[in-house]
Design a protein around this ligand. Structure first.
Ligand SMILES: [Zn+2]
Ligand SMILES: [Zn+2]
Length: 143
């Protein structure tokens, strides 16, 4: 029986603290939603992914085809969980959306937030209706 060789240390990424994200709140986590990564968090995530790919490529069977990892992920591929206690929770409707990296929720705007959350999957962002200029003399009937 051989002793397994210790694994190469991974790039350290500090996991987010599991606690209410409101400043100074000691509350127990009751709800969670997601937000995009900040630029620094995205850089960490991409560095970790690059390390993972290099490690996998180095350990791949040299007689086989080289591993194909596809394009590097983008910010659209990552979200981070935001935790809050019941007192600092967003509304249920808002918590269903992915929030911006700069979203300050849970904050002063509760039960809303200060960012424009992304539309839900399959949901189209609101569009302004097309306007049509009618010929002279034509009027739109009252509804
Ligand atoms: Zn709280
Ligand atoms: Zn938000």
């Amino acid at each position: 029986m051989t002793t397994p060789t210790p694994l190469e240390p991974l790039i350290a990424i500090t996991p987010p603290a599991i606690g209410c994200a409101a400043t100074g709140c000691p509350g127990t986590v009751a709800v969670q939603w997601r937000r995009r990564l900040t630029d620094a968090e995205l850089a960490d995530a991409l560095a970790l992914e690059q390390h993972r790919r290099e490690t996998a490529a180095a350990e791949a069977d040299p007689s086989g085809p080289p591993p194909d990892f596809g394009p590097m992920p983008t910010s659209a591929d990552y979200t981070r969980a935001v935790y809050a206690c019941g007192r600092h929770a967003l509304s249920l409707d808002l918590a269903a959306h992915v929030h911006a990296a700069t979203c300050t929720a849970p904050g002063a705007a509760l039960p809303g937030c200060d960012c424009t959350p992304e539309p839900l999957p399959g949901e189209q962002p609101p569009t302004t209706p097309d306007t049509v200029t009618l010929p002279t003399g034509w009027v739109v009937p009252a509804p």
